[in-house]
Design a binder for this molecule. Structure first.
Ligand SMILES: Cc1cc2nc3c(=O)[nH]c(=O)nc-3n(C[C@H](O)[C@H](O)[C@H](O)COP(=O)(O)OP(=O)(O)OC[C@H]3O[C@@H](n4cnc5c(N)ncnc54)[C@H](O)[C@@H]3O)c2cc1C
Length: 245
């Protein structure tokens, strides 16, 4: 693919700049368009709360091109850097650039921010509703609770287009199978007729359309749960009314 095969230089990304304060420490490409990356600040990483985001950027000419990304790693595991879960948006202003970066490339990271954080004392069942990479902050929440020794029953409802896009499947289904964290993963595929999804026997449709049936099947009473939503704006609006119902 042109964009993923592109080099930083082909976008005019500066290899170094005095404002760069971090390194792309590691990168795992889950698919051609989904990657987990680890951004390691030069000094001690600024602590964050699960649910918060960092803004990463590279310099092109005189200007920084930058975007915010939710942190997926545990807030108690800062040493490896901030783990982010990125989707390549073809033709986008920033993601083709960041997908061109090799491990070891320098960049700028701004301190974690954001008010979309976990209710600290709310131990009810956690319903994490996401579309696509919107699952990232919820991975951070459960990892942090696990590290704190304070697990909370978690239900991940995640909507994606293709089976290969089901994010953090190994991690969350691993928790489920081993019982090491009380999570249930309920992914749903919005394009079941697409040949790329052949063989999928799980739920289908957009994530908002499975909320009520999934909670009913799992025996979760919405009044005994707290829901967090992260994803595209249309999903948020639709999921809100499903949850209210
Ligand atoms: C608080 C916050 C946290 C975020 N966390 C994440 C995260 O964890 N992972 C992540 O991948 N993104 C996340 N985003 C989105 C991210 O900041 C960028 O907007 C996204 O990566 C697209 O950037 P771009 O410059 O490549 O595209 P742009 O040039 O900004 O957009 C190009 C076009 O693509 C559309 N577009 C933007 N995003 C998508 C998408 N995902 N799918 C399809 N079309 C899209 C835009 O509406 C626009 O029309 C987050 C955004 C916010 C505000």
């Amino acid at each position: 693919m042109a964009e993923t095969a592109a080099t930083p230089a082909s976008f005019g990304i500066l290899a170094d700049d005095p404002a760069y304060n971090a390194t792309l420490a590691a990168r795992i490409d889950d698919t051609d368009t989904l990657a987990r990356v680890w951004i390691k600040p030069d000094g001690a990483p600024t602590p964050f709360e699960p649910g918060q985001y960092v803004t990463i950027g590279v310099k092109v000419g005189e200007k920084f091109v930058q975007r915010p990304y939710s942190v997926a790693s545990s807030a108690r595991a800062l040493d490896g850097g901030y783990e982010l879960y990125l989707r390549l948006v073809r033709g986008g202003a920033f993601t083709p650039l960041v997908f061109s970066l090799p491990v070891g490339h320098r960049l700028r990271v701004l301190a974690p921010k954001g008010k979309f954080t976990m209710e600290p004392a709310d131990t009810r069942v956690q319903i994490y509703v996401s579309s696509g990479t919107g699952i990232a902050p919820f991975v951070s929440m459960a990892r942090t609770l696990a590290d704190d020794g304070a697990p909370r029953r978690a239900i991940y409802l995640n909507g994606v287009s293709y089976v290969s896009d089901i994010g953090y499947r190994e991690l969350i289904e691993g928790w489920e199978k081993s019982g090491s964290y009380p999570a249930t993963y309920v992914p749903t595929i919005s394009r079941p007729a697409d040949p790329l999804n052949t063989g999928w026997t799980g739920r289908t449709g957009r994530v908002e359309s499975i909320i009520q049936s999934a909670l009913r099947d799992l025996g979760v009473n919405a009044s005994e749960a707290i829901a967090y939503l992260c994803g595209n704006p249309e999903m948020i609006v639709a999921a809100e009314s499903e949850l209210a119902a």
